[in-house]
Design a protein around this ligand. Structure first.
Ligand SMILES: C[S@@+](CC[C@H](N)C(=O)[O-])C[C@H]1O[C@@H](n2cnc3c(N)ncnc32)[C@H](O)[C@@H]1O
Length: 337
């Protein structure tokens, strides 16, 4: 990326120079990371930044781990019930998916729907590599045309909803319990915003992981191979790569713990020592006390009733719910009222 010339007549200060040197796409990243690491009290980073090319590839491996039963449960329900799910939708329907990832599980829905009529599928992703993979694989399904959006959830959904024909129903997929990354009140607000972009009769298929024994939940986020640890630590590696920081990954430890009160797994990165980490892009440094953590992700767990109530508060009614017995997981078809 060529470095822009300094503005004529203005002697750049350190911060102006740092801004000019930063490509616009990474400015939001730099600002949010800085706000999260420099805040007083608990340091915190947005989990959406896990998913650069390396993070998206590591997430695919997590989905294959024996301890992470969530993805297989989600897929089992979709595989077994795809025909029933799509039979409940008005015809014709198009599909938009929030945070599609590679879209592997979505194939079952697209195949079932495309047996009724040609289908347009809009994967919505902030990870360019995940989106490219999804577009390539899903466009190989007969009678499915794929138009992806490399955008945040709601921007992408707005764009997808704007493209549909008057007579088309919109099915929104939000799979993999990604809803669990939102705090409960933020999840309420998010579903209300999704509902606000839909018409009555449109539907949201929401996949949510259910509460289960604590050791099972912990193992899913702290596997013995260390893949989830690598996924978590890659956030620091990404900051090193993109913001010229000097995190020594060996001086941070992956932590996954269950918060009983909030019914969620919390992931942290714990500093093993007192340290000061320079971040070149800011010409500044982040100080850590020994044992201090950066909170990187929440994964909330639910009961089936909670999902129904969550949908109702946002203006949906639950048309049907499918549960996986092997790994407690719920797929809920929420219809916009
Ligand atoms: C937990 S993964 C789930 C992927 C897939 N839906 C599944 O069920 O396996 C979350 C996905 O959402 C994407 N994502 C996270 N935050 C996002 C945002 N704000 N807007 C769009 N995509 C986002 C990530 O890049 C990632 O691919």
């Amino acid at each position: 990326m060529p470095r822009p010339a300094p503005l004529r007549g203005i002697r750049p200060t350190a911060s102006v120079e740092a801004l000019l040197a930063t490509p616009p796409a990474t400015r939001g990243f730099s600002e949010e990371i800085r706000a999260g690491l420099m805040r007083a009290g608990q340091k915190e980073l947005p989990s959406k930044y896990f998913y650069d090319e390396v993070g998206s590839a590591l997430f695919e491996v997590i989905c294959a781990l024996p301890e992470y039963g969530l993805t297989r449960a989600d897929e089992r329900i979709l595989r077994r019930h795809a025909v029933d799910i799509v039979s409940r939708l008005p015809s014709p329907s198009i599909v938009a998916e929030l945070g599609s990832g590679s879209g592997r599980k979505t194939r079952w829905i697209l195949e079932a729907l495309s047996r009724r009529h040609p289908v347009t599928y809009h994967p919505i992703e902030i990870s360019a590599s995940a989106l490219a993979r999804c577009e390539k694989e899903m466009s190989a399904i007969a009678a499915v045309s794929v138009v992806g959006f490399e955008r945040p959830y709601l921007d992408g959904l707005l764009a997808a909803a704007a493209r549909r024909q008057e007579a088309e129903c919109l099915l929104v997929l939000f799979l993999g319990s990604t809803i669990g990354n939102f705090d409960r009140s933020a999840g309420d607000e998010f579903l209300c915003q999704v509902r606000g972009m839909l018409r009555p009769g449109d539907a949201l298929l929401l996949g949510a992981d259910l509460v289960k024994p604590v050791p099972t939940m912990i193992a899913a986020y702290d596997d013995p191979l260390g893949v989830t640890a690598a996924f978590n630590l890659n956030l620091l590696a990404r900051i090193n790569r993109e913001l010229d920081a000097q995190f020594d990954l060996a001086l941070f430890q992956h932590v996954a713990r269950y918060n009983e009160e909030h019914q969620r797994i919390e992931m942290h990165l714990r500093s093993r020592v007192a340290q000061v980490v320079p971040v070149g892009a800011w010409r500044d440094a982040v100080a850590f006390r020994p044992g201090e953590t950066i909170w990187t992700e929440n994964s909330h767990k639910y009961t089936p009733r909670e999902i129904v109530a969550l949908g109702e508060r946002a203006g949906f009614r639950c048309d049907a719910q499918w549960l996986d017995q092997e790994w407690p997981f719920a797929q809920s078809l929420l219809v916009a009222g």
